[in-house]
Every structure is written in structure tokens, then in C-alpha cells.
Design a protein around this ligand. Structure first.
Ligand SMILES: Nc1nc2c(ncn2[C@@H]2O[C@H](COP(=O)(O)OP(=O)(O)O)[C@@H](O)[C@H]2O)c(=O)[nH]1
Ligand SMILES: [Mg+2]
Length: 183
């Protein structure tokens, strides 16, 4: 998702950079393209609206003036508002008693499973790490995680698609011996 969004935003600012100083029409056109890029990336329309209000043309130049500002200033406005909207990057907080559970939230196909495997790969050097295949609904979701686990040498806890997901998650926390005995 971020790759597609990055490319689209990059294209908007590449276009602006060719113009040097921007007119109000340039700014409006660019903001329309930013809006489309965000909506196509499945960003909720109210978030897009708040985002565009925050970096709206009022910040770019007084409405009366037809000449606005150099494009690098426009890039800064959008960049700052993107950080405010997405939140600043923060290190993973793994303090406290393990096991640590991470929840990845997103629409289907937005990269949660892939990100889970990437996180597993990143953390496996410093902690005992496993991924749990608890998506029993989506076709091949369990196999997808098993394939990723094999590629990255990550333990995968899976119980097929007939056990309820909360039970699979609970079982994943049992020590292996106890888990096998409970069957
Ligand atoms: N290019 C690219 N593709 C990705 C990335 N993350 C996931 N994908 C692909 O996007 C598709 C959906 O990813 P998946 O992790 O299954 O999404 P989920 O439905 O949220 O679990 C898969 O084909 C992934 O290979 C990424 O960072 N870059
Ligand atoms: Mg998935």
C-alpha cells in the first residue's frame, strides 16, 4: 500500500517541481491528486478530508494572491501533515512480561500477513518468535503463513480451519508438551 501511495505522491510533487513557483490552480490540482491517491490507497474519506483541510490551500497562500509558493514548501506542508495523520514512527515496545502479542489491523490484501512474517524475521534474533495462523476464513490463509514461516525459518502455530480462532490463539500460548497432551 505504501509503495503505491509513495509513487503517486512522488508523481504529484515531481509535476509541481517542474513549475517552480505555484499558482493557486496548481495547488488545487495537486491537492486533488493527493486526495485521489489517498482514497485509492483505501484511506477513510473522513481522514482524507481532515488531512486535506489541514494542508489545504489556506496554508499555501492567501486566496487573493495568484502566486503561491515554491514547490519545496508545498512538499513540506504535505509531509508534515502526513506525519501528523499517520503518527511518528516509534520503536516497538517489548518491555514487560512476554509473550508480547501484536495486532495488525487493515483491510484484506493490505499486507498484514506479510508484515507479520517480516516482524517475525526482524525479531527472531532477539526473542523466541512465532506466528499463529488464526485466520480460518480466508482461503489458503493458513498455507500462506506456513509458506512464509518456511521461507523465513519461523515457527508457525496452525490447527487447520476447523478450530475457532480464539481457541487457536489460546493454544498457541500453551507450552508445546501441554498443548499436545490437551488434544
Ligand atoms: N509490493 C508489495 N507487495 C506486498 C507488500 N506486503 C504485502 N504485499 C503483497 O500484497 C498481497 C496481500 O498481502 P497479505 O499480507 O496477504 O495481506 P493481508 O490480507 O492484509 O494479510 C500479497 O500478494 C503480498 O505478497 C509490500 O510491502 N510490497
Ligand atoms: Mg492475511
Amino acid at each position: 500500500m505504501f509503495e503505491g501511495l509513495t509513487n503517486k505522491l512522488q508523481a504529484v510533487f515531481d509535476k509541481l517541481s517542474k513549475r517552480g513557483v505555484l499558482s493557486e490552480a496548481d495547488v488545487d490540482a495537486a491537492l486533488r491528486e493527493v486526495r485521489l491517491a489517498l482514497l485509492e490507497a483505501d484511506v477513510h474519506y473522513t481522514v482524507v478530508k481532515d488531512f486535506l483541510d489541514a494542508c489545504g490551500s489556506a496554508r499555501w497562500a492567501p486566496r487573493s494572491a495568484n502566486i503561491c509558493l515554491p514547490h519545496n514548501r508545498s512538499l513540506k506542508i504535505v509531509y508534515e501533515e502526513l506525519i501528523t495523520t499517520l503518527g511518528k514512527p516509534a520503536p516497538l515496545d517489548l518491555s514487560g512480561q512476554p509473550p508480547h502479542v501484536m495486532m495488525l489491523v487493515g483491510l484484506q490484501g493490505s499486507g498484514k500477513t506479510t508484515m507479520a512474517a517480516k516482524l517475525g524475521l526482524r525479531l527472531k534474533g532477539s526473542a523466541a518468535t512465532a506466528v499463529v495462523a488464526a485466520d480460518t476464513y480466508r482461503p489458503a490463509a493458513v498455507t500462506q503463513l506456513q509458506v512464509l514461516g518456511k521461507q523465513l525459518d519461523l515457527p508457525v502455530h496452525s490447527e487447520g480451519t476447523q478450530v475457532p480462532p480464539p481457541q487457536i490463539c489460546r493454544n498457541a500460548f500453551q507450552p508445546r508438551g501441554k498443548r499436545l497432551m490437551a488434544r
